[in-house]
Write a protein that binds this ligand. Structure first.
Ligand SMILES: Cc1ncc(COP(=O)(O)O)c(C=O)c1O
Length: 377
């Protein structure tokens, strides 16, 4: 029997946002974690150039694999063989590949709650069992070594995400090392979603590979490289599982678009442009953090990285879907309801994405301030 999975509610909000826009309303899209900046100009120029000279067949770019391997050396001082890299259509198929090539139906996989909606639903679609661990302010909204060692029986695997969606919280290096130690001791395989690496506002985010050469690592061009619609990402597979994962990718997905691989290779050297985006996010983050408490949103997760603010709106609603819909209809500001990320408490939470321009953040705050003020008493 096929598994029943819940819809991604932010998509429903986004559809409404587009319908309102089609009616002539002004809409600010803060519902998806989607950079509004587009691919770096040099990557777009490369795409234009290769369209005339490349037949665009099935292809895995050896140069791109080599460049990604070099990224691990540059960012983390870790040596990675390009043979262990599979190029994918973004992080989403990389997650399917990691889970399906390592685990079996019925396996228990631990993950943080709140967490990215697709973890829970992909596990269910693959007939695996999500084991959600509640992570609140006391745990810095992240999985801990203590929580993993307390799980009985030990799960087959764990998905970690740092910086996380929807909170932006980062696992500190010493905790990550402790998590790896517990997983090694208990035979738990780590799948690390590192899609928000490169987007942090304080310290560098460590990769799980600095502590565990046997983890599955997911990454994508959708966030730091600002190329979500190009559908390009990768999975780094532990050596002993490479052949299995290759068999899965060959049958399930084949290769990502050749055009995107050409453009992605060029994007990887566009640090000036990409780091400029981070400065925009940094400004947006400050504006939001300054403004939200005055709106009565005082309980918010620490956005150490990524571009999200996870806010408790439990004093205003117990139906975050209706709340976000009303906010959108009244102000034109689209946000994501918390139920996507936390099936237990998410009816009391919402997520803002600040991956838009600073002018849009300013305008959004101008619009939502009276709306929240009218509801606070
Ligand atoms: C934590 C996380 N992982 C994976 C994805 C999927 O990304 P991609 O566009 O690379 O499939 C997202 C998208 O928002 C995400 O937030």
């Amino acid at each position: 029997m096929s598994a029943t999975i819940e819809p991604f509610r932010a998509i429903t909000i986004s559809r409404l946002a587009h319908a309102l826009k089609a009616e002539g309303r002004s809409v600010i899209h803060m519902e998806f974690g989607q950079p509004s900046t587009g691919a770096p100009p040099a990557a777009i120029a490369e795409a234009h150039r290769v369209l005339d000279v490349d037949g665009m067949g099935y292809w895995e770019s050896p140069a791109l694999k080599a460049r990604i391997a070099r990224l691990y050396d540059e960012r983390y001082g870790v040596e990675v063989s390009p043979d262990r890299l599979l190029l994918t259509n973004g992080a989403s198929p990389a997650l399917v590949l990691a889970l399906s090539s390592r685990f079996s139906p019925g396996d228990r996989i631990a993950l943080a709650r709140p967490g990215y909606v697709a973890y829970r639903n992909t596990l269910k679609a693959l007939h695996m069992t999500p084991v959600e661990i509640a992570c609140g302010p006391d745990e810095h909204y992240q999985l801990t070594a203590a929580a993993l060692s307390a799980l009985e029986p030990a799960p087959a695997g764990v998905i970690i995400a740092s910086p996380a969606n929807p909170t932006g919280s980062i696992i500190p290096p010493e905790e990550l090392e402790a998590i790896v130690a517990v997983c090694r001791e208990r035979g738990i395989t780590i799948v690390s979603d590192e899609i928000y690496h490169g987007l942090s506002y304080a310290d560098r985010t460590p990769s799980v590979l600095e502590f565990d050469a046997d983890a599955f690592v997911i990454n994508s061009f959708s966030k730091y490289w600002s190329m979500a619609g190009w559908r390009l990402g990768w999975l780094l597979v532990p050596a002993e599982h490479v052949e299995t994962a290759k068999a899965y990718i060959g049958n399930l997905f084949l290769t990502p678009p050749s055009l995107s691989q050409h453009a992605g290779l060029v994007a990887m050297d566009q640090h000036m442009v990409l780091d400029g985006h981070i400065e925009v996010y940094r400004r947006n983050r400050s504006l939001m953090l300054d403004a939200l408490p005055a709106l009565g949103l005082k309980s918010i997760a620490p956005p150490d990285g990524a571009f999200y603010i996870w806010a408790d709106v439990g004093h205003l609603t117990d139906d975050s879907v209706a709340f976000c819909e009303q906010l959108l209809r009244d102000t034109g500001v689209a946000t994501a309801p918390g139920v996507d990320f936390d099936p237990v408490h998410g009816h009391r939470f919402m997520r803002f994405s600040f991956a838009v321009s600073t002018a849009e953040v300013e305008e959004a705050l101008r619009r939502i301030t009276p709306w929240f003020a009218a509801r606070s008493f």
